[in-house]
Design a binder for this molecule. Structure first.
Ligand code: SAH
Ligand code: SF4
Length: 356
């Protein structure tokens, strides 16, 4: 029998399942909800106010975890922790916790692999395996919430910047956001969750139409189609004019600032000419640019830009009145760039089996 993932269900659906399928009184559903979203129970055995028979029933018919942690990496400064989970069907996903001042930011996955094939991205290099379910997306957050609770800390921010393209898995991603922001449940502010997209234009327009409060980041990385086509194959389908139109549409509809992500690749997209083009493209738009020196990956020869080139790029943007921040990719020493931990583990396994 296929087990139901309890983080898949909103409160009415959980109540219905508990009363109709498990044939239990309604208050049991409220107790289970409380264990899931207030106590962050790691398993059913912990749900001590439920009768043993009900716990056994839950054990048989439901699940609440992400999967098995098969690799765990801590950055040398102790501020970043990355987990590789193996899901019930053998797929791998990565989730990262980053501590910065008082912030506890999670970077979570929305798919196993990714279909978009961006050449510089470790996840893109591995290809697409499957969408994650709502339960699998939400459970990543609860995993860390549980861990942080042990030191009286909380998840303060979430970025959907792990494996996968969130808007390719639109329904499950936005439902997971709804679940995480439910005031009766996990109750995280919608503005604390950022969805990052490679630029799926129709999905971005839908997102704008739905007037969602969750901020949107767009992975731009190039300001001419010739350059973007090389890095991001999906640009051939939705070129820059269409993408920028969709960005403007989003800002108009939601009055929210849009963030552009730009991985600076030495000698590639970090030129003054690219910075000028970017300045021209987004000048006057309610936006901000995040500049991130490229995190090198096994399948791509590009190198991160030097600090001088990063500074120059930023200067050019400033001349167009475009604000930008340089972000240091956190946890580089633990392969915290998306997709890299899975690669590392598969490589280690291949080497081990070669030695046997
Ligand atoms: N698919 C979504 C979200 C996941 S990727 C997207 O593309 O936006 C999260 C961010 O990491 C994106 O901005 C992506 O372009 C960036 N990224 C991927 N590989 C990278 C690398 N090797 N170095 C720097 N940034 C990278
Ligand atoms: Fe997918 Fe984002 Fe990686 Fe592109 S950068 S391959 S969209 S995860």
């Amino acid at each position: 029998m296929n087990r139901i993932h309890l983080y898949e269900l909103d409160q009415p659906a959980l109540t219905q399942w508990v009363t109709e399928t498990l044939r239990q009184p309604k208050f049991r559903a409220a107790q289970i909800w409380d264990w899931l979203y207030r106590q962050y129970a790691p398993d059913f055995a912990t749900m001590s106010n439920l009768p043993v028979a009900l716990r056994a029933q839950l054990e048989e018919s439901a699940t609440l975890g992400v999967g098995t942690v098969v690799d765990e990496q801590h950055s040398s400064d102790g501020q970043t922790k990355k987990l590789l989970f193996q899901l019930h069907d053998g797929q791998y996903i990565e989730s990262v916790l980053m501590k910065y001042d008082k912030r506890r930011t999670l970077c979570i996955s929305t798919q196993a692999g990714c279909a978009m094939g961006c050449v510089f991205c470790a996840t893109g290099q591995m290809g697409f395996f499957r969408h994650l379910t709502v339960g699998e997306i939400v459970a990543q957050v609860l995993y860390f919430a549980r861990e942080l609770a042990q030191t009286a800390e909380h998840v303060t921010n979430i970025v959907m910047m792990g494996m996968g393209e969130p808007l390719h898995n639109y329904e499950n991603t936005v439902t997971a956001v709804d679940r995480l922001t439910d005031p009766n449940g996990f109750n995280l502010g919608a503005r604390k969750i950022t969805i990052s997209t490679v630029g799926l234009v129709p999905a971005m327009r839908r997102y704008a139409d739905e007037q969602r409060q969750t901020p949107l980041a767009v992975s731009l990385h190039a300001a001419t189609d010739a350059e973007r086509d090389k890095l991001i194959p999906i640009n051939r389908k939705w070129p820059l004019v269409e993408l920028l139109d969709a960005c403007r549409y989003y800002v108009e509809k939601t009055h929210r600032r849009i963030t552009f992500e730009w991985a600076l690749i030495n000698g590639e997209n970090d030129t003054v000419a690219q910075a000028q083009k970017l300045g021209e493209l987004v000048q006057g738009m309610l936006c901000h640019v995040n500049l991130i020196p490229l995190n090198p990956t096994a399948g791509y020869g590009g190198k991160p830009s030097s600090p001088e080139r990063v500074r120059k790029f930023q200067e050019v943007l400033a001349a167009y009145g475009v604000s930008s921040t340089v972000r240091v990719r956190r946890g580089i020493d633990i392969q915290a760039g998306c997709g890299q931990l899975r690669d590392r583990m598969l490589l280690a396994r291949a080497q081990n089996s070669a030695q046997l």
